[in-house]
Design a protein around this ligand. Structure first.
Ligand code: ADP
Ligand code: ADP
Ligand code: MG
Length: 499
């Protein structure tokens, strides 16, 4: 395949910028697409060329496959990078791109198709030695049978949408009595969100950790892994904080998970960058969950600990080049933590909070990386994901990365919208997080909105105590002979200080 000279990024926001920056480093021309809501967005300004593809709703712009391909034809583009979300895991789109004679920077449509269905994915890896969560191997068609299986597996169980993603289409069932109700909900959510009502059952792993492995394959059958990311701090089954490496893996478990992940990739003839997700129980047993056939939101933590630019590798692979590294060339160096800065109110159930970024000042300095797509004065549009930025810190070890994160969060100034930053700071200081002893229930177990009340420091407490004592002295009631209280002789000076 020829070298890519001009690449269109079929995405917006931080990930569009992230991809274009690497393109610029590689001497590749960039084309942005944008919706009417994103006219002034940073990715539009950064690109060499930019084309408006439609109105704000993504179904009328960022998801318009034919319009996007047409832009490529008109501008002489030779490759499309889909980023994450939108069309990135749409096998039909990948096929259309290929048929238009363009390069899709990602895996084959066939790999996307298999891994896009959690059930097909499980079937594809069945011949390999990969641990799976106990559950049903196919979509549920008979409820009575499904109840019997659930009882055999043992409650709690999880009903999952086969086509699910983004934490949607999942229902925990605690017992037999709530089975029907949760089943109805899961099916209707699956239909409304994914247009496919197929659901299956998995044992609900209690005290689960989410640990995933980054893989990278070329078009010549070489596949390597770039170690793990721990993504257990989640709300609504969606990640908020990620780190690499995990605080709990031994080198042996890491190697075993890496082998499994490479086998999963091999099972679907995978090339490009992908992520194999596992769920891990208390005893560090791990089970295959699913494979995401795209660049992941949290890929920067892997880039920092390995020194590999994943977007650059994706582009080389798409050009047909063989991988320039093998497994033994890779080593973990240092520790990286990422927090997702969402325009959400953590004190109000993490509800999205759109508005204008009145103040927006990024943290800087040694070991700090900010991947974002906004500037002061910009609006967070209601049409898309409310993520403002990803804040990533890198240190020699986990403690140093966490210390840098706390410092960076304190430097980050955002007003105009509520953000997940105060929540992330709370996590960084929490014993469960710093000790590494946490799971996906972190939020429900430890987080209450009250913990976000602004902290009062030691000096302030002492000062308040002194002032209170003086006030008390000054106000000591002077009692008249008849026992009536009279006004204390408060000094004007103190009064002013106290107001
Ligand atoms: P990651 O595993 O990379 O953190 P997320 O689950 O947070 O992925 O999803 C990343 C992006 O992709 C989000 O914008 C999310 O809404 C979107 N997404 C993931 N899966 C799907 C899906 N099946 N359908 C639609 N959007 C999806
Ligand atoms: P999605 O496609 O929405 O990302 P996943 O299968 O990756 O779906 O699951 C998302 C999250 O849901 C996991 O990170 C984990 O927190 C939780 N989860 C999924 N399967 C299980 C399970 N069997 N037991 C416990 N938690 C689970
Ligand atoms: Mg997942």
């Amino acid at each position: 395949m020829p070298a890519i000279r001009k690449l269109l990024v079929a995405n917006r926001g931080e990930i569009a910028l992230r991809i274009m920056r690497t393109c610029r480093e590689m001497g590749i021309q960039t084309v942005a697409i944008y919706s009417e809501a994103d006219r002034h967005a940073l990715h539009v300004r950064y690109a060499d060329e930019a084309v408006c593809v439609g109105p704000a709703p993504s179904s009328e712009s960022y998801l318009k496959a034919d319009v996007i391909i047409d832009v490529c034809r008109r501008l002489g583009v030779d490759a499309i990078h889909p980023g994450y979300g939108f069309l990135s895991e749409n096998a039909n789109f990948a096929r259309m791109v290929r048929e238009a004679g363009l390069i899709f920077v990602g895996p084959s449509p066939e790999s996307i198709e298999v891994m896009g269905s959690k059930l097909a994915a499980k079937a594809a890896v069945a011949t390999y030695n990969i641990p799976m969560v106990p559950g049903t191997p196919s979509a549920i068609t008979n409820r009575a049978e499904a109840k019997v299986i659930s009882a055999q597996i043992g409650y709690p169980i999880l009903i999952k949408a086969s086509a699910g993603g983004g934490g949607k289409g999942m229902r925990v069932v605690e017992n037999d009595q709530e089975f029907d109700e949760q089943m109805d909900r899961a099916v209707s959510e699956a239909i409304s969100s994914f247009g496919d009502g197929s659901v299956f059952i998995e044992k609900y792993v209690t005290s689960p950790r989410h640990v995933e492995i980054q893989v990278l394959g070329d078009q010549h059958g070489n596949i390597i892994h770039l170690f793990e990311r721990e993504c257990s701090v989640q709300r609504r089954h969606q990640k908020v904080i990620e780190e690499a490496p995990s605080a709990v893996l031994s080198p042996e478990i890491r190697a075993e998970m890496g082998r499994c992940a490479v086998d999963v990739a091999r099972a679907c003839g995978y090339y490009g960058a992908g992520t194999v997700e596992f769920i891990m129980d208390n005893d560090l047993n791990f089970y295959f969950l699913e494979m995401n056939t795209r660049l992941q939101v949290e890929h920067p933590v892997t880039e920092l600990i390995t020194g590999v630019d994943l977007v650059k590798q994706m582009i080389y692979v798409a050009e047909g080049k063989p991988l320039t590294m093998n497994q033994n060339d890779l080593q973990i160096k240092g520790h990286a933590v990422e927090v997702r800065v969402y325009a959400e109110d953590p004190a109000n159930n993490f509800l999205p909070d759109v508005g204008t970024l009145q103040t927006y000042v990024r943290p800087q300095g040694n070991g700090v990386r900010v991947d974002d797509g906004f500037e002061q004065g910009m609006e967070i549009p209601i049409y898309y994901d409310p993520m403002i930025a990803k804040l990533i810190t890198y240190g020699n070890d986990r403690t140093e990365a966490i210390q840098k994160m706390i410092r960076a969060i304190d430097e980050y100034q955002i007003t105009g919208v509520q953000t997940t930053l105060p929540f992330c700071r709370f996590v960084m200081e929490h014993d469960a997080f710093t000790s590494g002893n946490f799971d996906t229930h972190f939020v429900s177990r430890y987080f209450m909105p009250e913990v976000l009340k602004p902290e009062i420091n030691e000096t302030e407490i002492q000062l308040a105590a002194v002032l209170a004592a003086q006030l008390f002295q000054d106000r000591k009631p002077v009692t008249k002979g008849n026992g009536q209280r009279v006004e204390g002789n408060r000094s004007k000076w103190r009064e002013r200080r106290l107001n």
